[in-house]
Design a protein around this ligand. Structure first.
Ligand code: ZN
Length: 241
C-alpha cells in the first residue's frame, strides 16, 4: 500500500492543500513526521486536517513548543514569536490533539518514523557525518525523518554513507542497504526549492518517489504578515531557504 509521507507542514494551509491535490490517487494512507504547526498562519487548519484525515503522526519540536511542552529559550526570536502567537491562536481541541501526538520512533509496517533522529527528536541530521552518528540506532531498513526541511536523505552501504539527491524522482531501494529518508518540508522548504515537498513510499515495489508541488506562496506569505508574525517567516517561503 502506498503511503503519502508529509513532514514539517508548519501551519501552511496553501502548501498542504497543494500537496494533497498533487498526490491525489497515488496513496492509501497518510503519515506525518511532525511539525504540523509553528511559523505559518493556519495552525488550526493544519492540526484539524491531520485529525480529521486520521493521519498517523508523530510530534515535532514545534508541536511541543507551541503547546508549552518545550522550553522556548533554545529557539531563535522568530520561532519564539510564532510559538507565542500559535499558542494563543490554537483552539483547545487542536492544542489537545498536538499535545497527545506520540514521540518517535514510531514503527509503521516494517519501517520507522522519526522527527529529528532516532535518538533525539530535536537533532538535525544534515551531513553524512551526522548520518554516521545515528547509524547504529536505525532499527529498520527504512527510516523516514524530517526536521531539516531538506528533501533526500542518506543511503548506508557497508562502508560508506551516500547522500541521496532527490532530483531523480523515484528512488529504487536496494535490499542490502539501509536508508534514512527525508520527504522534505511541505510548508517551509529549506533546500532552495520553494515548492512544497513530500514523498510517496510504496513498500511492495521498494520505491520512494520524491515530489514537489507548486502552491500559492503569496497567499501563505500574506497571511503571515497579516497575523503580525515576523517578516522573515514570509520572505523565506519565496526563497525556499
Ligand atoms: Zn520543522
Amino acid at each position: 500500500m502506498p503511503y503519502l509521507i508529509l513532514s514539517d507542514v508548519h501551519s501552511n494551509r496553501e502548501a498542504l492543500e497543494a500537496v494533497v491535490r498533487d498526490a491525489r490517487g497515488l496513496y492509501d494512507q497518510i503519515l506525518c513526521l511532525g511539525d504540523i504547526v509553528g511559523y505559518g498562519a493556519d495552525p488550526n487548519f493544519t492540526a484539524e486536517w491531520m485529525c480529521t484525515h486520521s493521519v498517523t503522526s508523530i510530534r515535532g519540536n514545534h508541536d511541543k513548543l507551541c503547546v508549552g511542552l518545550d522550553a522556548p529559550e533554545v529557539y531563535n526570536a522568530a520561532a519564539r514569536a510564532s510559538a507565542v502567537w500559535t499558542r494563543q491562536a490554537l483552539a483547545p481541541a487542536n492544542a489537545a490533539y498536538l499535545s497527545n501526538l506520540p514521540r518517535g520512533p514510531l514503527r509503521v509496517g516494517d519501517f520507522d518514523l522519526v522527527h529529528g533522529s532516532p535518538a533525539d527528536e530535536d537533532e538535525y541530521v544534515i551531513h553524512a557525518g551526522d548520518a554516521a552518528m545515528v547509524r547504529d540506532l536505525l532499527d529498520a531498513s527504512v527510516t523516514f525523518f524530517g526536521h531539516t526541511h531538506v528533501q533526500g536523505g542518506f543511503l548506508y552501504a557497508r562502508r560508506a554513507i551516500k547522500r541521496i539527491a532527490p532530483e531523480g524522482g523515484v528512488l529504487e531501494l536496494e535490499p542490502d542497504y539501509r536508508y534514512l529518508l527525508n520527504p522534505g518540508s511541505v510548508g517551509q522548504p529549506r533546500d532552495m526549492n520553494p515548492k512544497a515537498a513530500y514523498a510517496i513510499y510504496t513498500p511492495e515495489n521498494r520505491t520512494v518517489e520524491f515530489r514537489r508541488a507548486k502552491y500559492d506562496i503569496a497567499m501563505a506569505a500574506q497571511k503571515i504578515l497579516d497575523a503580525g508574525l515576523p517578516n522573515v517567516l514570509a520572505v523565506r517561503l519565496y526563497e525556499g531557504a
